[in-house]
Design a protein around this ligand. Sequence first.
Ligand code: IPM
Ligand code: MG
Length: 377
Amino acid sequence: MASQSKKHYRIAWLPGDGVGQDVMEAARIVLDKVQLDAEYIHGDIGWEFWCKEGDALPQRTIELLKTVDAALFGAITSKPTKQAEEELVPELKGKGLLYRSPIVRMRQLFDLYICLRPCKAYTGNPLNYRDGIDLVVFRENTEDLYAGVEFHPVPQELKEVLSKLSKNFAPFEKLELDEYAVSCKINTRKGSERIVRAAFEFAKKYGRKKVTIVHKANVVRATDGLYLETAKAVAKDYPEIEYDEANVDAITMWLLKNPHNYDVLVAPNLYGDIVSDLCAQMVGGLGFGCSGNIGTQLAVFEPTHGSAPKYAGQYKVNPIATILAAKMMLDWLGETEKAEQIERAVAEVIKEGKVRTYDMGGSHSTLDMARAIAEKI
Ligand code: IPM
Ligand code: MG
């Protein structure tokens, strides 16, 4: 997964909006402390650009992403109601949905098919649900219900095709076209194969014992059925790693009951989105959840939290999620020593408990936290 370590890096710097700006400033303090030899190139992204240009991920930012080694991304405000869209783009009226989340677009445009979400309970974090939790979620990041193939109102042609092809469609046939909506869950064999393989490869590389395949194949027979069947085949290549499977609903209960029974989890896009939030909450919540959106050419790292507009510019939120995202970026670049330095410093500051942001019950600022971490490096 990691590329070769090299000297000078070009990093796309995408603060976005809201607290995205605050936490990125904090991450920079830590990156500068480990003396990564890099240029950080600002890229426009966010709600502001949607309002001004009708595009939250402008083409110039896409071009920038084509030229960099990796990207660090803050957060984006998104309020894509149909009404807001129609006000901004009047010609859209009655035509359907335009806004697509920029992070989802980045994942698809650059085929960042792995969403890697480590969830580790650092000793001394007052927000830990239980000590010792150390879960890693692999979420498929490009397909499934995120494919973006959605209809409301439903086109007449689609209605006709569905009536013809599925007897299960009968209850909807009498409805007007705007009285129902269709979102397509599209899963491919290739997409399932590569995310499950990434999870097993990770388990092998880092000595993890077990991989749990999360699905709902008993009900969602076609897509999850394909996913599960593919996962089983991939698992055969890794006989040394325990294979486990669980229904997505059941695993939310089991994770809460026995989090220590789990190790690496792998899930299709939407289940992975949900399960990774649950896992993040068990190790401290918004201030600790970090992600790597990883493809073969590019990877974009981000805190999992949103832009929390009400806290924007107040330097109040916990930057640890973003600092850990920067650590993941260093790992991916092959700068493992610097990555370890950061993680050790984060762990020490949490353990000491002297500097804590409001979510941890303290009153230190975003930048106090970043400086405390930098001082340990
Ligand atoms: C995440 C977020 C995104 C997602 C949103 C912001 C579109 O929840 O990264 O988990 O649904 O993937
Ligand atoms: Mg999410």
